[in-house]
Design a binder for this molecule. Structure first.
Ligand SMILES: *Cc1c(COP(=O)(O)O)cnc(C)c1O
Length: 382
């Protein structure tokens, strides 16, 4: 065996021993929140396609039309020839939804964070990141030469203490958090956090991957409170409730102009495929025209948390924390045997000892199915 293959084999054996190895499973998703695996049809509580727009006929037709008009790929970086006209339209629509002057679309949400964070924080600057923020926020912060400090999850007191202690020692300070936390489903306290950041001349960036399309009539976490939060950098993805693929930043005109000339994952990566932009535009039409559909995922998540006596869901995501990785895997297998697809989430995606089932509710779930899966959970797993 070559040293490379031995390296891979040893790593895999270590992961297997800790029940932390991951495997890809072929899955076909279809309309109505159904996922087929190994010839079995499962009701999926595992997709981030909260409005089922990835399989919506109008969204699919828009993707096909975009391919017919602009091709299967963008052909080059947006700064070369990859900036086909749909991208400009899409940026205008996103900026309008988010209430900003401008927007910039990236190839994915992950690419957006990897490119954006180094744009706003250089070697002398300070980056404060919620400890439970998404992996790509931590990755983007690590790519910047700035000083990175994690603050305790949603802890404004800790964030304020860090600002008091460290802010003055740096020319600029970026504070980054998920708007909706992807593995916990809770919301960041963006209204007071925005005020706190403004008071310390720190720039707040939220990642609203799980907020756009499902909170505040689709406008996302910035607008979910009593007053709009002061968030100068609203980042997110087109890959979840929007049902397509791609990432974005909504911000002021000068900030977006800077990003378009400085973000390395925009400059050195090919533009988003036309199908993705066409689909996203059609999805935004539906989100603006169908508020009842937009409200359903959170309403169904609340039905689920009410039935189980949990704190009311704040988003379409509800974690059921079980502890060790093996417990989460066994519970997921039990649910699969009943034709429910619910993902077991293990470290390092979540902290040690907090392996969990992650339920994600979509507009297409039937209230009876939500009641049935909650009853099964109450009787057989919890
Ligand atoms: C999914 C996710 C991303 C990554 O977005 P992609 O478009 O899938 O690359 C970024 N941030 C958060 C919080 C996410 O949940």
């Amino acid at each position: 065996m070559s040293s490379l293959d031995r390296y891979a084999t040893d790593k895999l054996a270590q992961l297997d021993a800790r029940q932390l190895r991951r495997r890809l499973v072929a899955t076909s998703r279809s309309a109505g929140g159904i996922a087929e695996r190994d010839g079995r049809r499962l009701i999926s509580f595992a997709c981030n396609d909260y409005l089922n727009l990835s399989t919506d006929p109008a969204v699919k037709a828009a993707a096909i039309a975009a391919v017919e008009r602009f091709g299967a790929g963008a052909g080059a970086s947006r700064l070369v020839t990859g900036n086909y006209p749909l991208l400009d339209q899409l940026e205008g629509r996103l900026a309008a939804l988010k209430g900003t002057a401008a927007a910039c679309v990236f190839g994915s949400g992950y690419l957006a964070n990897m490119g954006l964070i180094p744009c706003f924080a250089g070697a002398d600057d300070l980056i404060l990141v919620d400890e439970l923020a998404h992996a790509c926020i931590h990755a983007g912060a690590a790519l910047s030469a700035g000083t990175v400090i994690r603050f305790r999850h949603n802890d404004l007191t800790h964030l304020e203490a860090l600002l008091h202690k460290h802010r003055a020692g740096h020319p600029n300070c970026l504070v980054v958090t998920d708007g909706v936390f992807s593995m916990d489903g809770d919301l960041a306290p963006v209204v007071p956090m925005g005020d706190l950041c403004a008071g310390h001349d720190a720039w707040l960036m939220t990642d609203d991957a799980h907020g756009i399309g499902v909170l505040a009539a689709g406008r996302g976490s910035t607008y979910a409170g009593a007053t709009p939060a002061r968030v100068p950098l609203q980042m997110g993805t087109l890959s979840k409730a929007i049902g397509s693929y791609g990432g974005y930043l909504c911000a002021s005109q000068p900030v977006i102009d800077l990003v378009k000339t400085r973000a390395r994952t925009l400059i050195y990566s090919t533009g988003l495929p036309p199908a993705a932009a066409g689909a996203a535009l059609a999805a935004l039409d539906i989100i603006e025209q169908d508020p009842a559909r937009v409200a359903r995922p959170v309403a169904l998540a609340r039905q689920f948390t009410d039935r189980l006596g949990l704190a009311p869901a704040a988003s379409p995501i509800v974690p059921i924390i079980l502890g060790e990785a093996g417990l989460a895997l066994a519970a997921s297998a039990q649910l699969a045997a009943e034709n429910y697809l619910v993902t077991a989430i293990r470290p390092p995606t979540v902290p040690q000892g907090t392996a969990r089932l992650r339920f994600a509710f979509t507009a297409a779930h039937h209230p009876d199915d939500v009641a049935a899966v909650a009853a099964f959970l109450a009787q057989r797993i919890l």
